[in-house]
Design a protein around this ligand. Structure first.
Ligand SMILES: Cc1ncc(COP(=O)(O)O)c(C=O)c1O
Length: 251
C-alpha cells in the first residue's frame, strides 16, 4: 500500500496489521502534491493499492482531481480516495465521486464520524464499481455492521440536513482560526477539513502544555514546529485564540 506522508496514521498500521507493506511517498514543502511528482512516485513504487486522503489528515491539504487522475493512470492497482472530511471542503468543489464512472479500479470512502458527528455509530460507506463492491463482499469480515447500526446510519442519512447543520458554523470558525493565526506569528496551512495545522511553533510540546494548562486541548502530531487545532464552537475558538495569544512561543 502506498500513500503520501504525512497522512492518516491508521493507513500504515492497518496495512502492516493485514500483512502488507506500507510505502510512504513524499509531498511538497507545504504538504501539497503535484500531479507529475505523484505519478512518478507511484509508477516507481508499483503498489497494489494507493490510498489518497482527500482532504488530507493531519495536514488539511486539498487534493486536486488532476492528481488523483495522474495517480490512477500511473498504476494498475486500486486507488482508494478517503473523503472522511469531504463535507468541510468548499461546496463548489468536485468530489472524487464524480470520477468513478469509467474508473473500475477506484473507490471513494466516507465516514459518519466527522461531519455527521456520529463517530459512536462506527459506520462509514464506500462507492465503487459494482465488481469492486462484489469483491469486497467476498473478503469482508464475517460479522457485518449490526442491524441497529445500519438502521441508525439510514436514519442519519434521511436527516442529513439536520446532522450536517453545524458544518457551516465549523467552517466559519476554521477560517477564522486560519485568518487570525498569522497575526499571532504562526503560519496556517490551507485546510479543507475541520482542523487547521499551523507551523512556526518553536517548541510544540511546550506550547501544547501551556494551552492545556489554560484549559485548551489541541493536538501535537509530531510534525516539527507544528500543532493542529480542531475548530469548535465560536466560544471554543475564541478560547483557543485567546489562550494562544497569551502563550509566547512563535519562532
Ligand atoms: C482520514 C480519515 N479516514 C478515516 C477515518 C476513520 O474514521 P472512522 O473509523 O471513525 O469511520 C479517520 C478518522 O480519524 C480519518 O481521519
Amino acid at each position: 500500500m502506498f500513500g503520501f506522508a504525512p497522512t492518516y496514521s491508521m493507513y500504515p498500521l492497518l496495512t502492516r496489521a493485514t500483512g502488507g507493506q506500507w510505502v510512504a511517498g513524499e509531498r511538497g514543502h507545504d504538504f501539497t502534491i503535484d500531479a507529475a511528482s505523484a505519478a512518478a512516485q507511484v509508477a516507481q513504487a508499483q503498489p497494489d493499492v494507493v490510498m489518497l486522503c482527500a482532504p488530507n489528515n493531519p495536514t488539511g491539504t486539498p487534493l486536486p482531481l488532476d492528481v488523483i487522475e495522474a495517480v490512477y493512470e500511473a498504476t494498475t492497482g486500486m486507488v482508494i480516495v478517503d473523503e472522511a472530511y469531504w463535507e468541510f471542503a468548499p461546496r463548489e468543489e468536485r468530489s472524487a465521486l464524480t470520477m468513478l464512472a469509467d474508473r473500475p479500479r477506484m473507490a471513494v470512502s466516507r465516514t459518519m464520524s466527522k461531519a455527521f458527528a456520529f463517530a459512536g455509530a462506527r459506520v462509514g460507506y464506500l462507492a465503487a464499481d459494482a465488481a469492486v463492491i462484489d469483491a469486497l463482499r467476498l473478503v469482508r469480515l464475517p460479522y457485518h455492521l449490526s442491524a441497529l447500526t445500519q438502521a441508525a446510519a439510514s436514519a442519519a442519512l434521511r436527516h442529513a440536513e439536520t446532522m450536517l447543520a453545524t458544518v457551516d458554523d465549523i467552517v466559519v470558525q476554521r477560517d477564522r482560526i486560519s485568518a487570525t493565526l498569522p497575526a499571532l506569528g504562526y503560519d496556517p496551512y490551507e485546510s479543507w477539513t475541520n482542523f487547521v495545522l499551523f507551523s512556526g511553533v518553536e517548541d510544540p510540546g511546550a506550547t501544547w502544555r501551556a494551552l492545556y494548562e489554560r484549559g485548551v486541548l489541541i493536538r501535537d502530531i509530531g510534525l516539527p514546529h507544528c500543532l493542529r487545532v480542531t475548530a469548535g464552537t465560536e466560544d471554543e475558538t475564541s478560547a483557543f485564540l485567546d489562550a494562544l495569544a497569551s502563550v509566547d512561543s512563535a519562532s
